[in-house]
Design a protein around this ligand. Structure first.
Ligand SMILES: N[C@@H](CCC(=O)N[C@@H](CS)C(=O)NCC(=O)O)C(=O)O
Length: 207
């Protein structure tokens, strides 16, 4: 059994999609981030960073439970454990790891900054808003160029690179730039990925 510590956010959906894809049994612990439930000692004991998504695998390696935090590490762990959605060859694996890192450390922070300055900030600072809007545009252009060249993000196969990126196309993009009209390759790919039943189920967790 796996405990999934999550919330209804783009990052949370990445892990629920993966758990649905591999068909593992899991229990959902849903945190109200706006009420800072993620900063309570019970959750800090699971993940000292105090952010979602995190899992605790009660059937971890060597029969001991294992906690893992963060979209890229959790998806990698579950792909390794299940033997699914991660190529075996070094070139294929490296491409997937590269996309995991791009999404977690380039695209994620760009959209987080965009949200902070457009939505959360009590004072709207035009320079900061423009900076993050432009950064998001650049990141989307990178994904668009890649999907113009291959069916899935890291090549011909559906992998955890697609799982980590899908919520960007259907959640984050809705906030900025609003739609995929200027990104037809992302739209084509999002429609393909969005037809997978496990993706549809994962996008409804937490319900
Ligand atoms: N690098 C992390 C980012 C996780 C993240 O940004 N989590 C947000 C929700 S989407 C969070 O828990 N925010 C609450 C907080 O920081 O207090 C990942 O890739 O999973």
């Amino acid at each position: 059994m796996i405990d999934l510590h999550t919330a209804a956010t783009a990052n949370g959906y990445k892990v629920s999609i993966m758990l649905e894809e591999i068909g593992y049994a899991y229990r959902v612990v849903d945190y109200a981030l706006a009420q800072f439930e993620n900063l309570k000692p019970e959750f800090l004991a699971v993940n000292p960073v105090g952010r979602i998504p995190a899992i605790v695998d009660h059937d971890g390696p060597e029969g001991r439970s294992l906690g893992v935090y963060g979209t890229a590490p959790v998806l990698t762990y579950l792909a390794e454990k299940s033997g699914k959605f991660l190529p075996q060859d070094l070139r294929g694996r490296t491409r997937v790891f590269e996309w995991l890192a791009i999404v977690a450390s380039d695209i994620g922070p760009a959209y987080s900054g965009q949200f902070t300055f457009n939505v959360v900030a009590p004072e709207k600072l035009p320079w900061a808003i423009q900076f993050y809007d432009k950064l998001c545009e650049r990141m989307l252009a990178t994904v668009e160029r890649q999907l113009a060249q291959s069916e899935y993000l890291a090549g011909d196969e559906y992998t955890i690179a697609d799982i980590i990126t899908y919520p960007l196309a259907v959640v984050s993009v809705r906030r900025y730039p609003g739609n995929l009209d200027r990104h037809p390759h992302i739209a084509r790919w999002a429609s393909l990925v969005g037809q997978r039943p496990a993706v549809q189920r994962g996008m409804k967790v937490p319900s």
